[in-house]
Design a protein around this ligand. Sequence first.
Ligand code: 5AD
Ligand code: SF4
Length: 465
Amino acid sequence: MKQANISDFCALEDKEYLSKVKEFFKDKKHTYFVETYGCQMNVRISQTLAGMFQEMGYVPAESKEEADAVIFNTCCVREGAEDRLLGNLGKLKQIKKKKPEMLIMVCGCMVQEQGSAEKLKKRFPFCSVLFGTHNVHEMPKLMFSALTKGERQVSVWEKEGDIVENMPALREKEASAFVNIMYGCNNFCSYCIVPYVRGRERSRRSEDIIAEVRQLVKEGKKEITLLGQNVNSYGKNSDEISFPELLRELNKIDGLERIRFMTSHPKDLSDQLISAMAECEKVCKYIHLPVQSGSNRILKLMNRHYTREDYLLIVKKLREKMPDVAISTDIIVGFPTESEQDFEDTLDLYKQVCYNSAFTFVYSKRIGTPAEKMEEQIPAEITKDRMARLIALSEECCLRANEKYLGRTLEVLVEGVSKKDESLVFGRSDCGRMVTFSGCACLTGKIVKVKITSVKLNTLIGEME
Ligand code: 5AD
Ligand code: SF4
């Protein structure tokens, strides 16, 4: 794999359309609303969409119903996200009838799926603009054409293009920020649609990542979360530095206090990464390490390229170097052919690791993936029962893991005041747990020491020292 090609947004013709749209509206106030489905990657892309809207002179709307332009940034990883989008689009149809000038747009993974743009175009004739995952930078141009010509615009690039740097972005207000380090995925896990809609793996240049993080620190950010479908293969087969080396470089940045990352594929998790995590004081001692299944037979069918033994060995090594490391995971229940024994293997692995937390998903058939063709899809009543058993176990382990923090002092980056009780503030510990304690709004964005006095399933409760 060659180094990915990089383009600068400022040098692209697409950028000119930001001012053309602004000019189109002149002094008329126009509002936007971005609705995001799916993963953190999409959250980050929505910040770029919002950044472009702002540069086109749009201001945020209170709700999508009131907005002059609405964009749905979609996800197709499971059926649920798709259903929610379809429901929400249907509701907007009625509003558009009363407000015909409203611009309704759909972008992202669902549009990128093969044949999907045409289907969406037919099914939702009131959508003015549709674009995929590879041409987000074209949004202003497509909007300009839709606004000035009154014609619907559909643009889906079949393949990924250059990585576009220096796009506008409206970041989160908090002291924490997402930073992409790579795009796409080469792993082709047999159940997963992501490689088909996000293209091949491309790594950003480390100098661009480092410059972005430095800039974020200047703007007051204390914590960054590095994003990639598989951060462990950052820079592989190119002349870029490796992921552990990138962590070491970022660790040197003055003013940055915390570095997080996700997601790590177990097959690519190296000893060098474990050492970098252990040795870099800014890197949080927390790792999200999706196992998907504890059965070797299912792992093979999933095309995951590791066994349960390999996985357990990684967990052992992580805990040897970082005894307090927090570990979370993703698990799919009801993968085609999953037997009771396979599922019990998953429960057994779960017990052995005793995860801090887990995202658990019922297998969702995705058109075009190898698993779609697998015989023996598991009936819903069986997956429901297995899911209930897995959730019960995960709650038990989560509580047990939380109890280990009792009496200990954790560093918490305060995110804000609790909605339920104004005398409480909340934030995340270095190990990624939610912590609540008595405090005022003035602590927001600060890192404070909190002694843990009691624990619940989803929160640790404490007192500021
Ligand atoms: N069905 C259920 N879960 C899935 N995931 C990915 N594809 C599917 C699917 N077809 C889950 C995996 C992955 C997480 C982001 O989503 O567990 O780690
Ligand atoms: Fe999907 Fe597997 Fe790539 Fe993760 S690593 S995005 S599960 S194909």
